[in-house]
Design a protein around this ligand. Structure first.
Ligand code: HPA
Length: 272
């Protein structure tokens, strides 16, 4: 059986042979937020289909490629489109690209997503800095034998989202006159949107936003020793807080705020 290390060896060898050099920041660009990768200069673009051990992305609105190059003066490897648990991928597959980023010696991960607002002060179109997360996906990507060379058996999640990174993003946001929100992201498996009762539960236990991604990737990032910045786009109010939910609204809202989103990430990257 091929071990995770052996698979990573093959994947990173292919990526390096394709011209990818030093990686400082991994970027995961969520639904509707992938356009940021179009601003990477001197890009090297690798389709997921061509990368050994990468699964194929099935979600509409995701390009399904890695883009490497320089963004805001930093060497970045961006995922245009991610893998979701609800697509039927295992948690290990969902988080494999984060392992690859760590194997390429990235020191940090910028993770983004579209999500539903649970906090009653949030509005669709708000950007939220993630302060912490709740894993409600019913699984954890670290279940199974642990390879100590990759990370500890019991990772400390006390500061999963790096406070210095959050403060840097806050300063950038304030200078730009953005009214950035902050809050706790709660991950559900999906693919159903939540019920109103689940949203009341989420609010009661301390969630400010809900979505179907991010949580596993951040767990593996912490396991791998990466510093994490998380930015959510609140695309809608969560179930029960507006009449109905649909994917079109999610796409429309990301379209509306993408300029703001892109400049927040770029200007924050510049100062990290
Ligand atoms: N719930 C879960 N995931 C989401 C939502 C939501 O309301 N909006 C965008 N992604």
């Amino acid at each position: 059986m091929t071990t995770l290390q052996e698979k990573l060896q093959e994947t990173t060898a292919f990526i390096k042979e394709s011209g990818v050099g030093e990686v400082e920041f991994g970027l995961i660009l969520g639904s509707g937020l992938g356009e940021l990768a179009d601003e990477i200069s001197d890009p090297i673009i690798l389709s997921y289909n061509d990368i050994p051990h990468f699964p194929v992305s099935t979600v509409v609105g995701h390009a399904g490629q890695l883009v490497y190059g320089t963004l805001a003066g930093k060497k970045v490897l961006a995922m245009q489109g991610r893998f979701h648990y609800y697509e039927g991928h295992s948690m290990q597959t969902v988080t494999y690209p984060v392992r690859v980023m760590a194997a390429l010696k990235a020191h940090s991960l910028v993770v983004t997503n579209a999500c539903g607002g649970v906090n009653e002060t949030f509005q669709p179109g708000d950007l939220m800095l993630i302060t912490d997360q709740i894993n409600f996906m019913g699984a954890n990507p670290l279940i199974g034998t642990n390879d100590e060379a990759m990370g500890p058996r019991f990772p400390d999640m006390s500061q999963a989202y790096h406070v210095d990174y959050r403060n840097a993003a806050k300063e950038v946001g304030a200078a730009k006159g953005l009214h950035l929100k902050e809050g706790v992201y709660m991950g559900f498996s999906g693919p159903t949107y939540e019920t109103p009762a689940e949203i009341r539960f989420a609010r009661t236990i301390g969630a400010d936003a809900v979505g179907m991604s991010t949580v596993p990737e951040v767990i593996v990032a912490v396991h791998s020793g990466l510093k994490v910045l998380g930015v959510s786009c609140i695309t809608n109010l969560a179930a029960g807080m507006q009449a109905s939910l649909n994917h079109e609204e999610v796409v429309e809202t990301t379209e509306r705020v993408k300029t703001e989103f892109k400049s927040l990430i770029k200007e924050t990257l510049a100062v990290l």
